[in-house]
Design a protein. Structure first.
Length: 124
């Protein structure tokens, strides 16, 4: 019985040999079956991978000759910790943080504007 059912599934037929799945209202559609999409299939274009680099720019940077002072890296911006009022940090920590900020500003050539100095004087 099991072998018969398997055979029927492979041939797409019922137990009675008169009827098939391809037969509808007396017409047999098995010959009209098209392979997949058949003639209507349009093949998609090949995928083009986007280049993550440009060779010209790479060699331009590698072969660039200039002043060594231009290539000198800037100091990284200091990472300041979050300090809240309820946390009792020693005063020396705040002095060190201020020194770090002032040194960073000096290395990048930071200039204090008049507006900032007026604001600081008003807060005092």
């Amino acid at each position: 019985m099991g072998k018969m059912e398997e055979n029927n599934l492979r041939n797409m037929t019922f137990e009675d040999s008169k009827f098939t799945v391809y037969q509808f209202e007396g017409e047999n559609y098995k010959g009209k079956q098209v392979d997949g999409m058949g003639h209507f299939w349009i093949e998609p274009p090949k995928r083009e991978r986007k280049a993550n680099y440009q060779v010209d720019l790479y060699y331009k940077e590698a072969m660039r000759t200039g002043n060594p002072s231009e290539k000198q890296s800037k100091a990284p911006r200091p990472k300041l910790p979050q300090v809240y009022d309820f946390q009792f940090y020693p005063r020396r920590l705040f002095e060190l943080l201020d020194k770090e900020i002032y040194h960073y500003r000096k290395t990048i050539g930071y200039v204090v504007s008049q507006w900032e100095t007026r604001r600081e004087n008003a807060l005092r």
